[in-house]
Design a protein around this ligand. Structure first.
Ligand SMILES: *[C@@H]1O[C@H](CO)[C@@H](O)[C@H](O)[C@H]1NC(C)=O
Ligand SMILES: *[C@@H]1O[C@H](CO)[C@@H](O)[C@H](O)[C@H]1NC(C)=O
Ligand SMILES: *[C@@H]1O[C@H](CO)[C@@H](O)[C@H](O)[C@H]1NC(C)=O
Ligand SMILES: *[C@@H]1O[C@H](CO)[C@@H](O)[C@H](O)[C@H]1NC(C)=O
Ligand SMILES: *[C@@H]1O[C@H](CO)[C@@H](O)[C@H](O)[C@H]1NC(C)=O
Ligand SMILES: *[C@@H]1O[C@H](CO)[C@@H](O)[C@H](O)[C@H]1NC(C)=O
Ligand SMILES: *[C@@H]1O[C@H](CO)[C@@H](O)[C@H](O)[C@H]1NC(C)=O
Length: 334
């Protein structure tokens, strides 16, 4: 693999040039009807781009024609790669972080050395605080136009990220079946949304994520509030192949997932796992924190030209921080 630089250090708090901007917060009231929930966000939002895209969310939750829901889910769920990590420090605090890398193969701008779609998406990243009775139920970092969730936290209970699993066992068969009218499987991002809204504990979330029938394979990465509460769930459409959990007795103080089964080697042309693990190992459990996890996720090629945002979460404090990323040259396309 191509290790372009030493492991990042002292990069937190995030700053230019590896950060392009902060992510704006919005509140969505779950007591309102689905079709009314986003009007406040639309009203608040001054960026033209967002006002263009947000009605699509509204349309989707209130019953958009199938074609468009499909388009947006395929769009977001197929062209996304990620790095997710859950780690535990010596005091049993759990940290969960993710790089969302979006826009693969969707047009490379040779002059600026950027992915066209990745750059278009950056202004569409928003943080949302979902409330009931004026109290936070969960928080998430969202891509406008997409109803599903890739990154979210229920303070005090669990944190959840989803990574794409490109697997030859028929990932797209489910999507094809769905198009053809067999609708018993669930969009992966809808499941994470349902779990964030309705699961009430780490164990409950783990069960739901392991048992639901899906339209395509996926990795669900879950963090909790107590020692040992962190895992990577490897899913086929129907089954759970493996749940890889933190285990202090075995010295497994972190679990890290990119887009390959953890028991298999990553593809040689897309190895973000080895450099990320090398930097986790170098950090050691003694110095793990949101700041040092941010350092790991800021190391190239874990940080690359596809990286759209980095999220940092800590369940016990309810923290969710997200940053829009930039990867200054020299930087790998992925
Ligand atoms: C993000 O917000 C922080 C705190 O409000 C501020 O110090 C920082 O300059 C902002 N970063 C960018 C890139 O806008
Ligand atoms: C390249 O970046 C510059 C400055 O950000 C921008 O004005 C220009 O439109 C970009 N070029 C293309 C082809 O997108
Ligand atoms: C939530 O807060 C707003 C403004 O602070 C208040 O008007 C409203 O009655 C509150 N709603 C609930 C359900 O407590
Ligand atoms: C989560 O952990 C914090 C810190 O240990 C604790 O104060 C809090 O009560 C826990 N929350 C739940 C829901 O267990
Ligand atoms: C969560 O549960 C409530 C009450 O059962 C239900 O109305 C709602 O649709 C569920 N949310 C999701 C996203 O499935
Ligand atoms: C990191 O440490 C783990 C546990 O000791 C080891 O299995 C793994 O090979 C190491 N990975 C790298 C890239 O150093
Ligand atoms: C611990 O992590 C912080 C934050 O990343 C870093 O600045 C510091 O150098 C690290 N300390 C050691 C002893 O590695």
């Amino acid at each position: 693999y191509l290790q372009l630089e030493d492991c990042g250090s002292g990069m937190y708090p995030p700053k230019i040039p590896t950060v392009k901007g902060n992510v704006t917060w919005y509140t969505v009231n779950l007591d309102l009807a689905p079709s009314e929930r986003w009007t406040q966000v639309i009203k608040d939002k001054n960026t033209e781009l967002i006002t263009m895209e947000l009605p699509l969310i509204v349309a989707a939750v209130s019953g958009i024609p199938l074609g468009e829901i499909m388009l947006f889910n395929i769009f977001y769920e197929v062209f996304t790669v990620c790095t997710s990590v859950v780690a535990e420090d010596f005091n049993g605090n759990i940290y969960h972080a993710q790089n969302l890398d979006f826009g693969l193969f969707m047009g490379w701008d040779r002059q600026n050395k950027t992915w066209t779609l990745t750059e278009k998406l950056k202004p569409l990243v928003v943080n949302v605080n979902f409330q009931r009775g004026n109290k936070t139920v969960f928080k998430s970092t969202n891509l406008a136009g997409y109803v599903g969730m890739l990154t979210g936290i229920r303070p005090g209970e669990f944190s959840l990220t989803m990574n794409e699993r490109f697997n030859v066992d028929g990932g797209y068969v489910g999507i094809l079946e769905w198009i053809l009218g067999r609708r018993d499987g669930m969009w992966m991002g809808f499941l994470t949304r349902k779990v964030l809204e309705n699961a009430t504990s780490y164990e409950d979330a783990k069960d739901q994520l392991s048992q639901a029938k899906l339209l395509a394979p996926a990795y669900f990465i879950l963090g909790g509030n107590r020692t040992g509460q962190g895992c990577v769930i490897t899913r086929t459409r129907i089954n759970t192949l493996d749940i890889w959990e933190l285990d202090m007795k075995l010295g497994r103080w972190y679990v890290l997932e990119t887009n390959y089964d953890h028991w298999e080697k990553p593809m040689i042309f897309d190895d973000r796992r080895t450099p990320a693990m090398k930097c986790m190992n170098q950090t050691t459990q003694a110095n793990i924190s949101l700041a040092s996890v941010y350092d790991v996720l800021s190391t190239k090629p874990v940080l690359n030209k596809l990286t759209t945002y980095t999220s940092l979460m800590e369940v016990s404090t309810g923290t969710l921080e997200s940053y829009i990323r930039d990867c200054p040259n020299p930087c790998t396309p992925w």
